[in-house]
Design a protein around this ligand. Structure first.
Ligand SMILES: [Ca+2]
Ligand SMILES: [Ca+2]
Length: 239
């Protein structure tokens, strides 16, 4: 039965992928003020090839990928792009960017291809994680606002998904630890980047990022909310 289900999902995915791969990304593309999207997609493929990304993981002749232009910055200087394989890539953590955690939230996306930023000035793509640390705060805030507003990313610790860290998130974890709410049968959180189904809340609950969901995560959220520690757990001196 499970196998049949998997086949059905795979068939559905292939069908949906075929329907969106050509160019019609209207369901996810916010706007396209910069012309020549087809050119950028070609540049994207060139970048992936140069970087050694395997473009046809199923060893077929075609290049099995999806190119999504998610968001163009207000100054039109950068375009956020999501690259995906056509495959069943279950929930996993793509990465932690300051206070947000990027997860796959579907049967696909993000795949190992991940998120990229196209620099319209230099005509080049950069992996989001590669440029995040050096990016200016305005750019990061704009990208963060977009990803949060679309539910593509989550705040680390935001267990109830209201885009805010509150004491309710700590309570959520405490209830899970006391088996008062469903969170799965074990506490261990898969290594970042390892695809596992149904672990979104567990990733988000790992506020101290030690790979486990424990009461310490709840405690840390409470201290963070009380302004006793910062996001990384460092004590905040009294003023
Ligand atoms: Ca919350
Ligand atoms: Ca933890």
């Amino acid at each position: 039965m499970k196998r049949l289900f998997a086949i059905l999902i795979a068939a559905a995915m292939v069908f949906s992928v075929c329907s969106v791969s050509a160019s019609a990304d209207s369901d996810v593309t916010e706007s396209d003020p910069v012309p020549d999207k087809a050119y950028r997609e070609q540049r994207f493929v060139e970048m992936l090839n140069e970087a050694g990304y395997p473009m046809n993981p199923w060893e077929v002749d075609e290049q099995w990928y999806i190119y999504h232009e998610l968001y163009t910055t207000e100054d039109a200087g950068a375009i956020l792009v999501r690259g995906m394989y056509f495959g069943l890539s279950p929930a996993f953590c793509y990465g932690v960017f300051d206070d947000m955690i990027l997860l796959s939230n579907n049967y696909y996306a993000p795949s190992p291809l991940g998120y990229f930023v196209y620099d319209t000035q230099t005509d080049s793509f950069h992996a989001l994680e590669a440029i995040w640390a050096e990016s200016d705060p305005v750019f990061k805030e704009e990208i963060r606002d977009y990803l949060l507003s679309k539910g593509i990313t989550h705040l680390i610790g935001d267990c109830d998904s209201d885009n805010a860290i509150t004491v309710m998130d700590a309570t959520y974890i405490q209830k899970a630890m006391a088996s008062l709410s469903a969170f799965g049968t074990d506490d261990e959180i898969p290594e970042y980047g390892i695809p596992v189904y149904g672990v979104k809340q567990k990733y988000v609950s790992d506020f101290d990022r030690d790979g486990m969901r424990t009461v310490l995560d709840a405690t840390r959220i409470q201290k963070y909310k009380a302004n006793l520690i910062d996001l990384d757990g460092n004590p905040i001196p009294n003023e």
